[in-house]
Ligand binder design. Structure first.
Ligand code: SF4
Length: 337
């Protein structure tokens, strides 16, 4: 994807040293185990830009998205939106902020009220936030349905009377109603058929071009992320392990975990000996975030692990341009193709 011109807009969102810990089940006669769901995550997002946040289930990407839209509170760290601190907002202040920061979830039907026609549901945020004259809101609903390519005749249908792809368009139209600057998209196409996924992705691209919306695009699907994202951040066990321009990360992944994810996908990996390199097979399952491994959290699965990795935690460090990686041996691994 083409890199956006970063000179024409400042940071819309700045996330700094974000942490979210949960108290898990109490160990026998001990204190509750602390689950490190998000561990020292930092990134920024510019106006009209898409940052893809990828990783396996349970890596902390959805928890990060929920904190950004105020559905969960950080244990520590800062979230600034247009320069304003979001972490300290009260519930009432969040209701006002909701117009600018929206979220779209994976399952559109769980986001919709089964008892209300979809036109009413798209109109709901306009009524709640008292936007526009009441008599003009139905015209605005028609315009929003046009923007997401939903036939006006569907306005009186109920969620169970439309397809999954149409339901996700309803959710997107409702998110657009308040003209947000940022939409957190949490696996927005994962529940849809592949052919429907493509139309919803094309819609998100079109809406970004038309309205300049920024997306934090959370997904485990690397093909979808590549299509939509200007930059990408890869998460593992609550931490960002690699970040950079999408083309750089996909064509020259530096972290063994990113290499493994990409090499498992035939149409993004260029195959053995080319591009992303040979298939990297990971050992075992991701460890529990209640028991993150010492040193590098990835050391229990890394094919390149050395003694240093067991005791010393690598920092996220810039290797080239904005391409950053959390690995002691990224330069050496880069040469192994
Ligand atoms: Fe693998 Fe060591 Fe790099 Fe961690 S620091 S990714 S264990 S080589």
């Amino acid at each position: 994807m083409t890199q956006p011109d970063h000179d024409d807009g400042g940071d819309l969102l700045e996330v700094s040293a974000l942490r979210r810990y949960f108290d898990g089940r109490r160990a026998w006669l001990g204190r509750p185990r602390r689950i490190h769901a998000v561990e020292n995550v930092s990134f920024n997002l510019r106006i009209g830009e898409t940052l893809g946040l990828v990783g396996e289930s349970g890596c902390g990407k959805s928890t990060t998205g929920r904190m950004i839209v105020g559905l969960d509170r950080p244990t520590a760290g800062a979230i600034r939106f247009k320069g304003q601190d979001l972490v300290s907002l009260s519930a009432a202040q969040w209701r006002a902020k909701r117009a600018e920061v929206q979220i779209v979830f994976q399952n559109p039907l769980s986001s919709l009220d089964p008892r209300l026609p979809i036109g009413r549901q798209i109109r709901e945020p306009l009524d709640l936030h008292d936007i526009g004259a009441p008599g003009e809101r139905d015209a605005e609903v028609a315009e929003l349905m046009r923007a997401v390519s939903l036939p006006a005749a569907l306005a009186d249908r109920y969620p169970h009377q439309i397809s999954g792809g149409q339901a996700q368009r309803v959710v997107i139209a409702r998110a657009l109603a308040l003209k947000p600057s940022l939409i957190v998209c949490d696996e927005p196409v994962s529940a849809l058929d592949v052919s429907v996924q493509a139309t919803v992705i094309a819609l998100l691209e079109h809406l970004q071009q038309e309205y300049g919306i920024a997306y934090l695009f959370i997904s485990h699907d690397l093909r979808v992320v590549r299509r939509l994202s200007h930059r990408v951040a890869v998460m593992y066990l609550g931490q960002i392990v690699e970040e950079g321009w999408t083309d750089d990360v996909y064509e020259q992944p530096l972290h063994p975990y990113t290499r493994a994810l990409l090499s498992a996908i035939p149409d993004v990996s260029k195959g053995p000996g080319q591009g992303a390199g040979q298939r990297v097979v990971l050992k075992g399952e991701p460890p529990s975030p209640a028991h993150p491994p010492s040193g590098c959290h990835f050391h229990t699965r890394c094919p390149y692990v050395l003694r240093r990795c067991l005791g010393e935690a690598p920092q996220l460090r810039v290797i080239d341009g904005i391409h950053a990686v959390r690995c002691h041996y990224a330069e050496q691994i880069k040469e192994l193709r």
